[in-house]
Design a protein around this ligand. Structure first.
Ligand code: FAD
Length: 464
């Protein structure tokens, strides 16, 4: 019998799509969820955030517990499939394709608070909601995702996206559509300078700024007048991507495609009317342990370490951090590289380092890599097993290996399925033996374009 993970040889484009859709819909893209027996508990479990991580945990914990009270705190009615946003901003998808009602995913029998949490008191195990209500918890899952700190770029705000030549795929699904419009306008202009920036902090989907550069390059090349457009990539540090092989690949590809690389350039201000961006030239030798320190250094910077650059189009990537209300709580990291900015969890067990009844999942955690939905998929069974063990006063059985994946779009119609973990090894964790992580392929593009979305929804439903 054939292995369902391997497509039969010699498939046509149509057959591969059909095979992919079937595999994706069945959730077999990912390991099938083993059914374990539910545990009995009277605990009140509060889940903050019902995005990829929080919704997956709501479904998993609802399936695996009897007698618990589970409260999901999520203000949004609509779920946003963020991995589709680069496809929207590149003009490949319509925005509608990324939206589904949260009610499709919220499991029966749990309480859904349709409002935001505003404070966490970790000592007294209480969460305050926007309407002033206070929830006491026995176990807490922090799954709020991250905060986009556009305000740290002087003159910038997400409302500007789509005007004055400004794009930013991260701001929202509307901003992704408006980013597409801004790119179209630049192309219609017939030439000029485009700046593609990156952030000096960890970001979600670290490949997204690169994907936006590559898909825009495809569009510029398709005009037949590529030379009329100047494309500059402004990196805040030496690296363009954390995984060394991918970093080298992207640098080489940028060189081949005529992208000028600027290193140690951090976007610090923007003047939309004048279409000028100010970059802070960070000292190459300086080692910053946190974004706070980096900001401090900028305030101390000698005059002359900034550079103002004119642009016709700019893709802005904001600094990112845990949401303010998490930062203001005792749950935030107190020391080390994530101090003051990210949730303080053990990156293998996902348990809080100081409050054992608290677990974290998804973008909010302080971890060297991991801000992807693919990581959420790998983290969810770990959080489930360890949180239930904690409730039963058992040792924590599960460990996360750092798995993350980036279908790195290298142009419209081609991609690389890059997968790695905390050890940075590209060959260690491949989901599809027939896709070489070092090869650009149409098959990897099909994964991104057609197959990952059903697999993602299976994660939300707790099925994968
Ligand atoms: P989210 O899914 O963002 O959910 C957080 C939830 O918390 C939201 O629903 C929000 O409403 C809620 N929330 C926020 N504040 C509060 C509060 N105060 N109280 C209660 N609830 C709150 N991942 C991939 O695997 N592959 C990709 O190709 C990929 N591409 C991406 C491209 C882009 C442009 C972006 C933006 C992301 C991409 N990602 C990709 C990343 C992926 O979407 C995230 O890593 C994933 O959604 C993280 O899940 P999360 O639950 O931590 O956060």
């Amino acid at each position: 019998m054939s292995d369902p993970r391997h497509p039969p040889l010699g498939l046509s484009r149509r057959q591969l799509l059909k095979w992919g859709a079937g595999v994706g819909a069945a959730g077999l893209l990912t390991a099938t969820r083993a059914q374990a027996r539910p545990i009995e508990s009277r605990a009140h479990i509060v889940i903050l955030g019902g995005g990829a991580g929080g919704m997956a945990m709501a479904n998993r914990l609802a399936n695996r517990t009897r007698g618990t009270t589970i409260t999901l705190v999520e203000p949004r009615e609509i779920h946003h499939y963020q991995p589709g946003w680069t496809l929207v901003a590149s003009g490949v998808w319509n925005a509608d394709k990324t939206l589904r009602p949260n009610a499709d995913f919220v499991p029966a029998g749990i309480r859904w608070e349709r409002q935001a949490a505003t404070a966490i008191d970790a000592e007294s195990r209480r969460v305050t909601l926007a309407n002033g209500e206070v929830l006491a918890y026995d176990a807490l899952v922090v799954a709020t995702g991250l905060q986009l700190n556009y305000h740290l770029i002087e003159g910038m705000s997400p409302e500007l996206v789509g005007s004055h030549g400004i794009g930013s795929v991260y701001a929202s699904i509307d901003a992704a559509s408006r980013t597409h419009q801004a790119i179209e306008t630049w192309i219609a202009q017939g030439g000029g300078r485009g700046l593609f920036t990156a952030a000096p902090t960890p970001v979600k989907c670290a490949g997204a700024p690169l994907k936006m550069t590559f898909t825009t390059l495809s569009r510029l090349e398709a005009t037949g007048r590529r030379d009329a457009f100047q494309v500059d990539y402004m990196a805040p540090g030496d690296a363009l991507f954390s995984q060394p092989w991918v970093n080298d690949f992207v640098k080489q590809r940028f060189d081949e495609q005529g992208v000028n690389r600027y290193h140690q350039y951090r976007l610090s201000a923007i003047d939309p009317g004048a279409r000028q961006a100010t970059f802070t030239r960070v000292d190459r030798e300086a080692q910053f342990t946190s974004h706070h320190e980096l900001r401090e250094a900028e305030f101390r910077r000698p005059e002359g370490l900034t550079e103002v650059i004119d642009y016709d189009f700019i893709h802005v990537v904001p600094p990112m951090s845990a949401p303010d209300f998490v930062k203001q709580s005792a749950l935030i990291a107190q020391e080390g590289p994530f101090a003051g900015e990210w949730l303080d969890v053990d990156i293998h067990t996902m348990q809080h380092n100081r409050y054992p009844e608290v677990f974290g999942i998804g973008d909010v955690i302080g971890a060297p890599i991991n801000k992807t939905a693919a990581s959420v998929k790998a983290q969810a069974p770990v959080v489930e097993a360890n949180l239930l063990a904690h409730l039963q006063e058992q040792p924590l059985p599960a460990r996360h290996n750092g798995y993350t994946s980036c279908p790195l779009i290298t142009g419209i119609g081609k991609a690389m399925l890059v997968e790695f973990g905390y050890d940075n090894n590209l060959d260690f964790l491949p989901s599809f033996p027939f896709i070489d992580p070092r090869d650009e392929s149409w098959a990897a593009w099909v994964m991104k374009d057609r197959m990952l979305q059903p697999a993602y929804y299976a994660v939300l439903e707790g099925q994968a």
